[in-house]
Design a protein around this ligand. Structure first.
Ligand SMILES: Nc1ncnc2c1ncn2[C@@H]1O[C@H](COP(=O)(O)OP(=O)(O)O)[C@@H](O)[C@H]1O
Ligand SMILES: [Mg+2]
Length: 318
């Protein structure tokens, strides 16, 4: 089982009858317990790709395999048992009058008995931190709680793969953190996660692989480090790297950073180690003061100057 990918997409093609955009020759492999972030401009095809995987849209060519099973042989209900899909407009997935009923709906529909439904709903609400809101009307709650309700209703169906289409869009900073903490925890519990987001800071923080879509194609694919090293290609895809990466790109013009930093802590420790090198010079400097004059504008000297008195780096704005 370990060698069978969670999802394998081979030569997928699709196009909406009313749209110019044609999705063609998409190849993607998602391994078990991957955390994939899909980024790309609006209209680049992220949602369409997730809808094709979920079976809500059906491809014209190519195949999608979920744990080795071709989705052509599965109906949408079967696929939803394997892949939980929180849609971009996730409020549309809410239609019951209480949080409890929302999560219980599909379980009852599956013919599960009342006691098992109750146990499953409570377990799932507990997992997303919504047990105390079980009797509340879902659409009356804040955005974070509405997204949590959708998460609970898809988790109750028992999938091990989650596709989450912009779950933090429209969230305030706190809501964003709450939702990402839940997603991070689910990933630690071995769920495979596919997250569509415009928040590149989150993509870098959570994902082990990033897919950049452009014009309905998979334009780039790689680890966050590989993706954000390719500044030229990112510019073509009209992706602006996260602030910390941009900062390290500018710093790199002046100081010896081998790689662009992706996280504040990473940049901070690189700067500290450079400062350390510059402020605790090798013994040779003491023995031969002339060395200092040979390279007065040396990188180390400049770094020491630049970071002295700098405020601590803030995390990227989520
Ligand atoms: N239901 C639809 N009918 C026709 N065209 C659509 C439909 N949904 C999306 N499109 C078009 O397909 C392209 C990709 O859209 P989408 O997958 O929603 O992109 P993204 O999620 O990256 O913003 C866009 O050009 C969009 O206008
Ligand atoms: Mg979309």
């Amino acid at each position: 089982m370990a060698d069978i990918p969670a999802i394998q997409i081979k030569k997928l093609a699709y196009h909406y009858s009313t749209s110019r955009i044609i999705m063609d020759k998409i190849n993607v492999t998602v391994k078990e317990n991957d955390f994939i972030a899909i980024i790309g401009q609006n209209g680049s095809g992220k949602t369409t790709l997730l809808k094709l995987i979920s079976g809500l849209l059906r491809q014209s060519k190519g195949d999608i395999y979920i744990r080795g099973r071709n989705t052509r042989e599965m109906d949408v209900a079967e696929i939803s048992g394997e892949i939980g899909f929180s849609m971009q407009e996730s409020d549309r997935q809410l239609f019951e009058s209480t949080v409890y009923d929302e999560v219980a709906f599909a379980l009852k529909h599956r013919g599960m008995n009342e006691n098992d439904v109750k146990a499953k709903v409570e377990e799932t609400l507990e997992a997303v931190g919504l047990l105390d809101k079980r009797d509340v009307f879902p659409l009356s709650m804040n955005r974070a709680d509405r997204v949590k309700t959708v998460f609970a209703s898809i988790l109750a169906m028992g999938p091990r793969i989650l596709m989450l289409d912009e779950p933090v869009a429209g969230q305030d900073k706190r809501g964003c953190r709450i939702i990402m903490d839940i997603i991070g925890e689910l990933h630690r519990q071995n769920y495979t996660i596919i997250l569509v987001t415009h928040n590149l800071g989150l993509a870098v923080e959570f994902a082990n692989r990033i897919i950049v879509m452009k014009d309905a194609m998979v334009f780039m694919e790689g680890t966050p480090g590989e993706i954000f090293d390719r500044t030229g290609d990112l510019a073509i895809a009209k992706i602006i790297p996260p602030p910390i990466t941009r900062l390290s790109q500018s710093l790199r013009k002046q100081i010896p950073l081998e790689k662009y930093a992706l996280m504040p802590g990473e940049l901070a420790s690189k700067l500290v180690s450079l400062k350390h090198k510059s402020t605790t010079p090798p013994q040779a400097t003491k023995l031969d003061p002339q060395l200092i004059h040979k390279n007065p504008e040396g990188a180390g000297a400049r770094v020491g100057g630049e970071i002295r008195g700098s405020p601590p780096t803030e995390p990227p704005d989520h």
